[in-house]
Write a protein of this length. Sequence first.
Length: 327
Amino acid sequence: MHGVTEEQKRLDQAGAHKGHWRRWGPYLSERQWGTVREDNSPDGTAREYFPHDSARSRAYRWGEDGLLGISDNHQRLCFALALWNGRDPILKERLFGLNNSEGNHGEDVKEYCYYLDNTPTHSYMKALYKYPQAEFPYSRLIEENRSRTRDCPEFELIQTGIFDQDRYFDVMVEYAKAGTDDILIRITATNRGPDPATLHLLPTLWFRNTWSWNGAATKPLLRLSSAIVDTSVLENRDATQYSYFGLASVSFLGRPIDLGCSRRPSRTSSAAINFVFPVGRPVRVRIRIVASIFSSSLSASHADQSSVLTGTNTCKHDNNGSVRSPQ
């Protein structure tokens, strides 16, 4: 007879309200753009009101989105990936697709993203995204599908030839909880193509923008209150809805993080982890986030530390140079 598993113990703690194991999970939308919940149009054209092209420069009202991301259960603090292959005109921060009027069979996401594992308490999560090394064919996908009738098959991303010769990156993200508010994140990127290729990784932590919709709301502020080797300590001193996150400790393998500007117009700063990825050899980035419950004693312990950098979002900044292709 098998004993009780660790996951069952976590489930029991969650059910008894002794451990909030479901506080963090895959609650971040794949896409928030083009949805009815973001419709403020005067004529009810919900999907056209907030297109993908506007998502990087406008604040959402009712949620957030991100690539292989997570958030707390109230979606106040979010974490996700941003990618850049050096060729796209924009960062890959969210899934791309067609709205109802652009697709010949209605709205449709034109990406390859796979959710591979998830426990009931989200103590372990694993997902995979396939990112092309060539410029992403945003315009071609829209134009080709819009020109087809409903009797024609859909024009898919793979039919553009962008994955020929396997010229893409497998970007794997894994989340593992060491505690209810202690999350370890491993990002593994593998070049599947025949030649070395550059990939910019921007793991991003940010507050969902709610202050733009309420002039009386306090704008949260992340402060870099101290930094040691491989670790940055972020402090939030907002006494309103963000006060839950009294302290967030974010640890990277590499130099401390940089704090960025407001969620809009850009979620991330220009910082990046920049690698030239060898063929077939995985390159890993490890991150740890600890979001502690706010308390007066915790706040006071950091009150005297000077804050050099401030912002509402942050991303990892490093440049490790080139990695040679295996012989």
